[in-house]
Design a protein around this ligand. Structure first.
Ligand code: HEM
Length: 163
């Protein structure tokens, strides 16, 4: 809490709170980037579930979408931290913010587990007519977590303590 109190008292945090345009501009970028980022996530997860682009090789899809995915994620994190810095104690006090951060970590863990298991042997199953169950499970976990992250992100504004 002392770290959050320190952040709250910085000139930058005050500027984010008092400026007319800073927060709306950052939040707009947070939401617009979300549409691109989640669009790519959805495409990949539906492919892993054999529900979209069945003839498109997964390795090719990763190659094509990864730059947008990582770039989009980086923008989400930067704009998210900027939003958070406007009122860190209030945002941190909401259950939605804590749930969102936990789900973000789990979504990252899901990608790591996939990359270190099936992802490493992608060439073995990349051309198979159907993806292995492990890939489907990774796709389902990803979809559920990202829907949860968006819902929690949306819920933050409703759970903030009165100013
Ligand atoms: C890729 C990851 C992320 C996704 C998909 C995401 C998604 C969202 C969504 C959908 C909203 C609601 C926007 C609205 O209602 O207008 C939101 C708000 C918010 N996000 Fe994120 N977010 C992400 C990362 C982060 C990170 C890393 C942080 C901070 C460390 C963060 C902090 C916030 C805050 C503080 C709000 C509330 C803003 C407000 O209501 O004033 N987000 N996020």
């Amino acid at each position: 809490m002392s770290l959050l109190a320190w952040l709250h008292d910085t000139a930058f945090s005050e500027m984010m709170r008092d400026s007319t345009w800073a927060e709306p501009i950052v939040e707009t970028i947070h939401v617009l980037t979300l549409t691109v980022f989640l669009g790519f996530v959805l495409l990949l997860d539906l492919r892993l579930l054999d529900l979209a682009m069945p003839r498109r090789r997964i390795s090719v899809l990763f190659e094509q979408l990864n730059p947008g995915l990582f770039g989009g994620f980086a923008v989400m994190v930067v704009t998210g931290v900027l939003l958070f810095s406007a009122d860190p104690i209030a945002f941190y006090s909401t259950l939605f913010f804590k749930l969102k951060m936990i789900m973000l970590l789990l979504a990252g863990l899901n990608v790591l587990v996939f990359n270190f298991t099936l992802g490493r042997r992608l060439a073995d199953w990349d051309l198979d007519p159907r993806t292995p169950w492990g890939a489907k499970a990774a796709g389902i976990v990803s979809l559920v977590l990202w829907v949860g992250i968006v819902a929690a992100g949306r819920g933050i504004a409703y759970a903030l303590p009165p100013p």
